[in-house]
Design a protein around this ligand. Sequence first.
Ligand SMILES: Cc1ncc(COP(=O)(O)O)c(C=O)c1O
Ligand SMILES: N[C@@H](CCCC[NH3+])C(=O)O
Length: 463
Amino acid sequence: MSRYAHPAGQRHADVLPEDNPPSPPADLDQLDPRVWPHTAARVGGEITVGGIGVTALAEEYGTPLFVLDEDDFRARARDYRNAFADAGADVYYAGKALLTKAVARWVMEEGLKLDVCSGGELAVALAAGVPAERIGMHGNNKSEAELARAVEVGVGRIVIDSFDEIERLDRLAARQGKVPEVLIRVTTGVEAHTHEFVATAHDDQKFGLSLNTGAAADAVRRVLESAHLSLVGLHSHIGSQIFDMAGFEMAARRLTEFLTLVHTEHGVLLPELDLGGGLGIAYVPGDTPLEPKAIAEALLDIVQHECKAHDLPVPRIAVEPGRAIAGPCGITVYEVGTIKDVEGIRSYVSVDGGMSDNIRTSLYGSEYTCSLASRTGDGDPVLSRLVGKHCESGDIVVRDLYLPSDLRTGDLVAVAATGAYCHSMASNYNHLPRPAVVAVRGGESRTLVRRETEEDLLRLDVG
Ligand SMILES: Cc1ncc(COP(=O)(O)O)c(C=O)c1O
Ligand SMILES: N[C@@H](CCCC[NH3+])C(=O)O
């Protein structure tokens, strides 16, 4: 996949030649429905989402602005739930993609469960009224306080990620007189075809307990020996932004073999198998993600087939999509500032945000689709680079795109598919306050997370 082809830090011209820029699209104003939110449209030239124009949104909330199409989010969540419901499988929305109290409530209202991976995400979920038993908790380094809180409130599944955690959780559960239900996160050795930083099932990385080295088998033995932990299954997450099922197939095969081994050695049939998240979305028109129904059928088929081959009862399956639900329903609206033409090369279009609201381009070399949003252009397509306002030459939002030659300061541009891992990975680099998140639906908008102010930042600086 081209966007993940170059590990971060290897993009300097001395190291790698510049890629050949893409050809200009046939129509600069067209909004490809695979990339833009369901309700996105051009009305009188301007992009609208949820029935509201970006100009009105920018006037009311300022820019940069994260805009979420609530109906789209709900529809994608529902599609996942429905696709897996027939098989009695659980869908946990991965809150790391985007989590606000409203988002947590949408997830609950649409019948999903919620995956959190820190005390902060757990706090947001609980504040939103998510029942603790519908929460699954991850983390390779959950603190004592995080684990104690999870046990205290009765989080439904805690996913054990290390030997240290077995000991910690056992002790904390004993202290509280509780027996939490746990899964063990297993690394299956599957090399997901994705960027190094988002592949998570090979042995040489921080997550999980390895099948290959025997660590997973040892962890199963230790958890089964604990009187304060109830082992209900295994967990595997192979990576992110994955477009084919081959990696999942391999992981499911290895996990089923391991379930057989656990049964033979301990006489225990583990009833649950969580296959994690990682399902890809379209960031650019060429991307072709699978539909939830096709994913569900393929995953369930694989597990059923493998269980049959090993004469095992089929466990209850769970999946944890984050990006596939939140990603496509969000856009970021920016105001264009300075425009610098580097003759014969490209135009650098600076916007009022950058790597502090979207780190993905500089971190993973991700690709995005961007369009002039407050109007349509009249000019010819100009090869451009959408860059931020940070003091960093790698502060790139969209590496290669075409914008009309009549683009000017004050225009609004919108970047598509920024619903996942943009707000949730935002920072205050260069002391930029983080943008607001607003939801739009049926011609109305409301703030989910208010824009930070310089006063907010100064309030934290108590020195
Ligand atoms: C354990 C786990 N589950 C689920 C997810 C969600 O992944 P995605 O948003 O790619 O579906 C992640 C992140 O990659 C993860 O680490
Ligand atoms: N944050 C990453 C994916 C990893 C997320 C969780 N393990 C992204 O933006 O693609």
